[in-house]
Design a protein around this ligand. Structure first.
Ligand SMILES: Cc1cc2nc3c(=O)[nH]c(=O)nc-3n(C[C@H](O)[C@H](O)[C@H](O)COP(=O)(O)OP(=O)(O)OC[C@H]3O[C@@H](n4cnc5c(N)ncnc54)[C@H](O)[C@@H]3O)c2cc1C
Length: 389
């Protein structure tokens, strides 16, 4: 019984090793070099796709590996732990691939999933809006029926990887003919559509993946751009948001592993007091040990969330995906901070590649859902406290 609960299947362990080897052959140096040159990580992305790693959780009949979100999270964690995280895995295969696989028509699956799985077709995901922010219920991007399809108008912000994407899965609202209320609906919008404009947002950390403001100005899409049922928009959206949180956690956990490994190696080797390395001193060893404990805690939460999701328990997965994302976000911030501090002055030198990570790790506290919104969720849903917002 213990084995079933706490040991990953052999296939996943082998998958982890294979991904670590491939991503490690590119390494953190590759990511840093691409970011500094303002270039993308297409080569690594395509390589991961070719080996079946990007599509590991997508259906086999459409070119995927037929595994679960636990497998996809293992891929992202290992890539990040090797110093080569791929942020767009959170959106393209995990959110968009999952939503289309679960709610798309056969034609939509056949059209989009093979490319998402092998990395030749990338789909970004757009829900955040400037005036809605954490309150997604306030989004105003609207889809209206228009001849043989729909016309979309609105604005999105902080959308990752639009320059690398062939299309964006846009969360918009439609007028409900029965109630008059607006309800969410998901549309696949090609990035070369007339009326679709993307502007880069300058960010204070260097990463190959860029962030964008999107402007949708009378963008026409055909009827089959609508993914899923108009009447089940919220349920479809949540089907994508649990994988998003599980993958966000995997991203942060992998980054924390990378930072911890580097810090431990440095603490064992750096010697400034006679012949004892700095790791001998508890002032250095204890923060590292604390990060290790926090890492194992976050991993357990993430694995439980993924196991619940893969078992079809969306509600249970929702609670644990939120808690895993919270724990992993805190972990990545603490791990990068401790790693920088363990390196002393070298921690902020470009050569060691940790200073930039200190800022990048904070993303795990903000996106895809902020720390405070998770605490609101846990207070209300797990503890039964009154709604605060
Ligand atoms: C690098 C990056 C990549 C991103 N990629 C994507 C993407 O690909 N697609 C996409 O759709 N979005 C993306 N986002 C957007 C991200 O999901 C949002 O930034 C996040 O949900 C927070 O929204 P906000 O920035 O509008 O903050 P706000 O909602 O303005 O919140 C500001 C602060 O107030 C706090 N706050 C807000 N409401 C409450 C409350 N009720 N109680 C307590 N505290 C509260 C928040 O926790 C936060 O600390 C990305 C963001 C970043 C930074």
């Amino acid at each position: 019984m213990t084995d079933i609960l706490y040991t990953e299947p052999e296939e996943r362990t082998a998958l982890r090793e294979a991904v670590r080897k491939l991503a490690g052959s590119y390494g953190h140096e590759y990511i840093v070099a691409q970011a500094r040159k303002g270039e993308k990580t297409t080569e690594l992305w395509r390589d991961m796709g070719k080996h079946g790693y990007l599509g590991v959780s997508l259906p086999e009949e459409h070119g995927g590996g037929g595994g679960g979100i636990a497998d996809l999270a293992a891929v992202l964690e290992e890539a990040a732990a090797a110093g080569a995280p791929l942020l767009l895995m959170v959106v393209s295969p995990a959110i968009c691939g999952t939503v289309i696989a679960r709610y798309g028509t056969d034609a939509q699956k056949a059209r989009w999933i093979p490319g998402i799985a092998d990395g030749t077709f990338t789909m970004a995901f757009a829900i955040t809006e400037p005036d809605a922010g954490s309150n997604s219920h306030n989004i105003i991007t609207t889809a209206s029926p228009d001849g043989d399809g729909f016309v979309l108008n609105g604005r999105k912000t902080y959308i990752s990887g639009v320059d690398e994407a062939d299309a964006v899965l846009v969360v918009s609202r439609m007028a409900d003919a029965r109630t008059g209320n607006l309800k969410p609906a998901l549309f696949v919008v090609p990035t070369d559509s007339p009326g679709f404009e993307a502007q880069t947002i300058a960010m204070d950390f260097a990463a190959p993946e860029k962030q964008f403001n999107l402007f949708l100005d009378d963008v026409h899409v055909p009827q089959d751009a609508l993914v899923g049922d108009e009447d089940a928009g919220l349920m479809q959206l949540f089907a994508g948001l649990n994988p998003e949180r599980i993958m966000g956690a995997a991203f942060s956990i992998g980054m924390a592993r990378y930072a911890l490994e580097k810090a431990v190696a440095y603490a064992k080797e750096r010697t400034v007091w006679r012949d004892k390395p700095i790791g001998t001193h508890q002032g250095i060893a204890h923060p590292l040990a604390k990060v290790k404990i926090e890492l194992e805690q976050a991993k357990l939460l993430q694995q439980k969330a993924a196991a619940l999701y893969d078992a079809g328990d969306d509600i249970g997965a929702g609670e644990f995906a939120n808690m895993a994302k919270y724990a992993a976000g805190e972990l990545a911030c603490n791990a990068t901070d401790v790693a920088v501090h363990t390196h002393g002055g070298n921690g902020l030198a470009s050569e060691y590649g940790l200073g930039n990570m200190l800022v990048a790790a904070r993303l795990g506290r903000i996106a895809p859902v902020s720390r405070e919104m998770i605490l609101n969720f846990v207070a209300m849903h797990s503890l039964g406290l009154p709604k605060s917002y």
